[in-house]
Design a protein around this ligand. Structure first.
Ligand code: 5GP
Length: 213
């Protein structure tokens, strides 16, 4: 029987407005084999967002019930709403050797790091606070009050960057995507992630050597 290697849990995180979403979309386009973990949230859908694709939109009572049932790999309250990663899907796919992508906030990433330290943790940082503020305003999806809340949280969030494996300054988008892809490629080649495959290849060599004698 061949040994099956575990997949990769790729956690892309960082302050709101750092460009995680854009980078993750580009990464998913470049790597269609990536399994994206659709989060659950209690916030209302924004225009264009679709149930089960953007998020699973749920009432707070249901979300709390799922917390009680330990159904989340991580969850966090982000600016008045709950967000969480359904556990089963993620763990099942990783066990099957797949790459699973999580795009989550920093509190959530820190929880995943505790329960699944083998994950790959990437911190996306905006080039400056000014640019970040501009991006959040340009997005035009949030009220001024929400924007101010988001910005005031950033200083605390930046302090957690050193807990990650990689940091990417999202200055030029194409470069940020290229760096994220490079991290994924390198992680996929890590010896520790390919022991099953190596064993299978070695076995083939041994069998060949024996049969050619
Ligand atoms: P938004 O409301 O703009 O879609 O997301 C707000 C923040 O919540 C973003 O930083 C986003 O990455 C984060 N987020 C989305 N899904 C999850 C999740 O499942 N868990 C956590 N902890 N954060 C999430």
């Amino acid at each position: 029987m061949t040994m099956k290697d575990e997949g990769i849990l790729l956690v892309v995180s960082g302050p709101s407005g750092a460009g995680k979403g854009t980078i993750c979309s580009a990464l998913r386009q470049a790597y269609p084999d990536i399994h994206y973990s659709v989060s659950m949230t209690t916030r209302a859908p924004r225009s264009g967002e679709k149930e089960g694709i953007s998020y699973y939109f749920r009432k707070e009572t249901e979300f709390r019930e799922l917390i009680q049932r330990n159904a989340f790999l991580e969850y966090a309250q982000v600016y008045d709403h709950f967000y969480g990663t359904p556990k089963k899907y993620v763990l099942d796919q990783v066990a099957r050797g797949k790459t699973v992508l999580l795009e989550i906030d920093i509190q959530g990433a820190m929880q995943v790091k505790k329960t699944y330290p083998k994950g790959v943790f990437i911190y996306i940082v905006p080039p400056s606070l000014q640019i970040l503020s501009q991006r959040i305003h340009d997005r035009g999806t949030d009220s001024e009050e929400v924007i101010q809340k988001r910005l005031s949280q950033i200083t605390r969030e930046l302090a957690l960057a050193h807990q990650y494996d990689y940091i990417i300054v999202n200055d030029v988008l194409e470069q940020a995507v290229r760096k994220t892809s490079a991290i994924l490629e390198a992680e996929r080649c890590k010896l520790s992630r390919n022991e099953g495959q190596i064993e299978t290849i070695f076995k083939q060599y041994i069998t060949k050597e024996v049969s050619s004698k």
